[in-house]
Design a protein around this ligand. Structure first.
Ligand SMILES: *[C@@H]1O[C@H](CO)[C@@H](O)[C@H](O)[C@H]1NC(C)=O
Ligand SMILES: *[C@@H]1O[C@H](CO)[C@@H](O)[C@H](O)[C@H]1NC(C)=O
Ligand SMILES: *[C@@H]1O[C@H](CO)[C@@H](O)[C@H](O)[C@H]1NC(C)=O
Ligand SMILES: *[C@@H]1O[C@H](CO)[C@@H](O)[C@H](O)[C@H]1NC(C)=O
Ligand SMILES: *[C@@H]1O[C@H](CO)[C@@H](O)[C@H](O)[C@H]1NC(C)=O
Ligand SMILES: *[C@@H]1O[C@H](CO)[C@@H](O)[C@H](O)[C@H]1NC(C)=O
Length: 382
């Protein structure tokens, strides 16, 4: 298509014509530091609709995900999506215990990742995208927008991300002034650490731009180990790890050390397990030799972990060293968070002074035990 050759040209012209604003706006709504108890919602989870959400347990729910058109860079919503969005926001705003809603843009996978990189690379596409995201947020009465770009893959894309966040915040402030509404929230789901220290292409997030322009980040403190490394089991969301820096404490501290205030950091908790098949059913500890992905092709929603544990009378072990739980039966082995490990992590997050926590994802927990204990635990110690 002509698109790929035309865009860089348009982009250059745009640069020559525009004097880009270079001032940083301040994230005006981060002046209030109320605790965030968040969770993502996915419309594709079977048998789970917005009215199934127990809103008493949360402060913010993220609708995951929406992507703009890869041609116009605007959000072009089908009738089905429009109905889903208005059902989501109206159900949650008018619930007896209302929660705030954010529209999450992007998601994992090569398609949204490449599209966000393309949009962020150019002032004209950033402008169109920002405008359209805000139009959609206001049209469907969301309280904010969340960027889930997994991940900017080099230093250039990290710079583009900084431009995107600055320009987005400026537009949000302008729009709020013009319409006399509270400014939209602006957040991002990010890697567990401030830098990609394990990647051959080292790069660091633009922490100064994040500090000035986002209300907070959702740090994805999970997926440290999984069936992409089938040779050994691992604590998929270890808070501590004596052997490596693949741990939440390393990631969260890297954000704080890079200059992001703790009140702009929200810790992610997984409501799912990662699974392996053990090489030897008698060697079951964390790091035990394994051969391939286990039940659920490597991933089990928390409610299925509970079923697995009951089905096979699995042995359940809480590992204090990593603050994680694992269970096994025969050669099947699962790393996950249960109430015990999640509660210790909540305490540690509070000790670090963080703003709150979020879960991936609603619908993976059917009995609300982790969500309700987490909600209670944070209030008790706040
Ligand atoms: C845009 O998205 C459509 C539908 O997802 C896809 O078929 C098409 O190949 C994409 N085009 C480009 C230029 O990426
Ligand atoms: C949203 O959808 C659910 C399930 O489809 C339905 O029961 C509910 O009435 C809808 N709510 C609104 C506010 O449209
Ligand atoms: C989007 O752009 C249009 C056209 O310039 C403008 O009228 C509208 O106010 C913008 N919307 C937002 C939310 O900034
Ligand atoms: C972990 O990171 C720290 C710096 O934050 C470094 O000093 C240490 O060597 C790293 N440890 C491992 C096992 O890579
Ligand atoms: C595991 O241990 C039990 C009891 O010690 C033993 O009977 C069994 O043969 C062992 N299994 C394997 C695969 O080594
Ligand atoms: C539990 O057992 C049922 C019935 O045997 C089976 O269909 C299901 O796949 C099992 N689920 C898990 C998660 O082990």
């Amino acid at each position: 298509m002509a698109k790929s050759t035309l865009l860089p040209f348009l982009c250059t012209v745009f640069f020559l014509l525009m004097a880009m604003p270079s001032i940083d706006a301040t994230a005006s709504s981060s002046s209030s530091f109320s605790t965030i108890k968040g969770s993502y919602y996915t419309p594709w989870t079977p048998d789970f609709t917005p009215s199934d959400i127990d809103t008493t347990l949360f402060t913010h729910i993220f609708y995951a995900f929406l992507s703009p058109s890869n041609i116009t860079f605007k959000f072009e919503l089908s009738e089905t999506t429009a109905v889903a969005l208005s059902n989501f926001t109206s159900t949650l705003r008018f619930a007896s215990s209302p929660v705030k809603t954010l529209l999450s843009i992007g998601g994992s996978g090569d398609v949204p990742t490449a599209l966000l990189a393309e949009i962020a690379s150019c002032p004209s596409s950033r402008k169109v995208f920002i405008n359209s995201s805000m139009e959609v947020a206001r049209k469907f009465a969301f309280d904010g927008l969340d960027l889930d770009w997994e991940w900017p893959k080099n230093r250039k894309e990290m710079k583009d991300l900084a431009h995107l966040l600055r320009e987005w915040r400026l537009e949000i402030i302008k729009e709020a002034r013009a319409t006399k509404q509270p400014p939209l929230l602006l957040t991002a789901a990010v890697y567990f650490a401030a830098d990609f220290f394990l990647d051959p292409v080292y790069r660091m997030y633009p922490v100064a731009a994040i500090r000035k322009n986002l209300d907070w980040i959702n740090a994805m403190c999970y997926d440290y180990h999984g069936a992409w490394d089938p040779s050994a089991t691992g604590a998929q969301a270890a808070f501590f790890d004596p052997k490596s820096n693949l741990s939440s404490i390393h990631g969260l501290k890297s954000w704080l050390q890079a200059g992001l205030p703790a009140k702009q950091v929200v810790m992610g908790l997984p409501l799912y397990g990662r699974t392996w098949e053990l090489k030897d059913p008698n060697v079951t500890e964390i790091g035990a030799p394994a051969v391939k992905a286990g039940p659920g092709d490597g991933v089990l929603p928390y409610s299925d972990v509970q079923v697995f544990n009951r089905n096979y009378s699995a042995t359940v072990v809480y590992d204090a060293e990593t603050v994680s739980t694992y269970s096994f039966a025969g050669t099947s082995w699962v790393s996950y968070d249960d109430v015990a490990s999640a509660m210790v992590k909540i305490g540690l997050a509070q000790a670090l002074g963080l703003r709150g926590y979020f879960f991936w994802v609603l619908g993976y927990e059917t009995d609300w035990q982790i969500s309700s204990q987490a909600s209670r635990a944070w209030i008790l110690n706040d």
